[in-house]
Design a protein around this ligand. Sequence first.
Ligand code: AMP
Length: 487
Amino acid sequence: MLTTNPFDPNGLDGDKLREECGVFGIWGVDNAAGFVTLGLHALQHRGQEAAGITSYDAGQFHSHRAMGHVAGNFDRDDVIRMLAGRAAIGHVRYSTAGGPGIRNAQPLFAELAEGGFAIGQNGNLSNAMKLRRTLNRQGSIFQSTSDTEVIIHLVATSERSNMLDRLTDALKQVEGAYSLVVLTPEGLIACRDPLGFRPLVMGKLGEATIFASETVALDVVGARYLRDVEPGELVLVNDDGIRSFSPFEKVAPRPCIFEHIYFSRPDSIADGMSVYEVRKSIGAELARESPVDVDYVVPVPDSGVPAAIGYAQASGIPFELGIIRSHYVGRTFIQPSHDGRLQGVKLKHNANSALIDGKSIVLIDDSIVRGTTSVKLVQMMRDAGAREVHMRIASPPTRHCCFYGVDTPERAKLLAAQMNVDQMRDYINADSLAFISIEGLYRALGEERDPAQPQRCDACFTGAYPTVLTDLNEKDGGSSLSLVASR
Ligand code: AMP
């Protein structure tokens, strides 16, 4: 049975998807762009719409950006030869359905009065529109609709004398989430916003210094993890060494909790914790909070697998692969339309009917956003002969939009913003449905949630946004242009 979404009866999901991103930067090694290519391969899950690399070689910048995956676009001799130099930064970018494509691909580059400036961002600035309007009025001419370009114009118009100070000046004016890699003739700069929304790690490969969104990108080049770039820290690397700066007022960090649930790769270490182990712990908590008597625990591959292992281990119910995933299809969200997503789900997952037939199962997924995936998969399990299909979700209901770099549709399309859990269970046609509690989620991270001052950004579940949302609040007063974020 294909249920019609009452909030999108025509199935025409015209909302603009925002993107998440991954960044990588390296200073001090021959053929730096080759290392960036490898790093971007490992970060490909963070963005599949476009990729780009900018290198710096003896006073010259070289840049290549392409739509699509790293494979095929960057692991080519001609491209890597063109991207000469001992320093380079790279970026992978998530889907923006209907977005302007290549002109928003990063790294963005500008020739400033003081020399070249290349920037790659993971995050989303929540006052970019307001700043852009002011800059426009002052004569800035924008080349893209990316929020990251605002930073370039703020750097360009800063009165400070060196790039690091100009960047600091710029960043003091922006609000929201940014983990940045910046390449200038003065060195490679990495920076994380004061709340540390998005991850950024630092590593060493011989003499070379590396920054990357996740530790998997260090692993792939054989680099050693040194430490996280701290929230509010700027690190400058050049041939004189590594220097750290903390120019912002210190605030309690609020790293994104969703990185642990879905976004980071399970083999990464995030906030000092194994993403895989955390996901297993979430599954174990879920089993304790919402047990169910079934034959098999079945993960929604791949994102539900670690939580399903945890659920199976804690409950003693066998873990089985009841859904097989084709690895030749991208993430469901990359599909630009609702219809496209339905197709994508069909292409991506198939029932292991021989296993499922006549059995009761609990499906484990990391999250329900629009509900499209759950509707399809529950039905797929029923069509395969499942006797009972229960569903357990390794995150609390996603009730609020993210303005800090994780792709969420507008609030009206978030299933949990429109329905309570019983209604959602009926909508997805499951025998039972349960989500982990917010407290259980923090427990899985080894923490106790402080409701007055949560240790993490969990706004997608709670609505407790850690910053003012300037652009959102001023929406009606602004222009009709909507900026795309650099997630
Ligand atoms: P939906 O079908 O809209 O309910 O989306 C839920 C599915 O999308 C889950 O299986 C997740 O693994 C995946 N997902 C959740 N959040 C995101 C995100 N921000 N970007 C891409 N995929 C996501």
